[in-house]
Design a protein around this ligand. Sequence first.
Ligand code: ATP
Ligand code: MG
Length: 270
Amino acid sequence: MKGLDTHVKYVLPLTHPLLAVENISITLSGLKILDDVSIGVPEGAVTGLIGPNGAGKTTVFNIMSGFLTADEGNVRFDGKKLKHIKTHHLTKLGISRTLQGVGLFASLTALENVMLGGSSRVKSGIVADSFGAPWADSAQNKLRGEALEVMTEFGIADAADRYPGELPYPVQKRVAIARSLISDPKVLLLDEPAGGISAADMAELGRMIRSWTPERTVLLVEHHMELVMEVCDLIWVLDAGKVIASGTPEEVRTNPAVLAAYLGDDGGEH
Ligand SMILES: Nc1ncnc2c1ncn2[C@@H]1O[C@H](COP(=O)(O)OP(=O)(O)OP(=O)(O)O)[C@@H](O)[C@H]1O
Ligand SMILES: [Mg+2]
């Protein structure tokens, strides 16, 4: 991953983040999971969100994408407060996310899973309803073509008609990323895209993520520090529901609070 020298140095606090959570707190099952967390994501950059297991990273993603609503605080996109976030709002704003793990539908082929990522563009309704039916609708045919194109770019075209359960884990991860890209998102929230993949695949993933900027904005949750340090312009560090550090990869790498948080962890990897 050497040679990714396009990094931009951001000065905190950010003046106009594209996406941000401001002072969010949430209690789940009586436990305070996030406590007054503020995180900004600058446009056209790769921002990292790291921290030991259970720090609250996925919970931040869930709040940004409306899976959960914070008890306090705001989510802002381009300066505007987002309230009661629904999937179609995210699509309209151009925000796409991948789930921790792979999150593919086991009963749909890889191609159908990728198509689902672009299904909101097809007016005739939920694409899944039409699976098995003849591809009468030209919009769906177009989507199918685009899905195959993205899969070809990702080197997974030969997996198109296979079910997720039949595919090796790294291929499933690529299918999941292809699904999030087919909607041509402006913002990508990636939750541990490198989990369970080889070093070579990780290097390729790093190059791919950098190649999306500055056209796209990326927020990356990842435990693989080498990848995070190589691809991120700016990093936020969470520990036990609080932001404990933020800054450039170099600043974060050498921050004593970050080192202490990771030393107290069980190693981070799943
Ligand atoms: N619905 C829930 N009810 C109760 N506790 C929850 C719920 N969801 C998450 N938690 C807890 O909140 C904490 C933060 O979880 P979260 O999944 O956000 O962490 P994470 O930083 O993504 O961790 P990992 O690196 O392991 O994926 C954990 O202690 C988790 O057990
Ligand atoms: Mg998580």
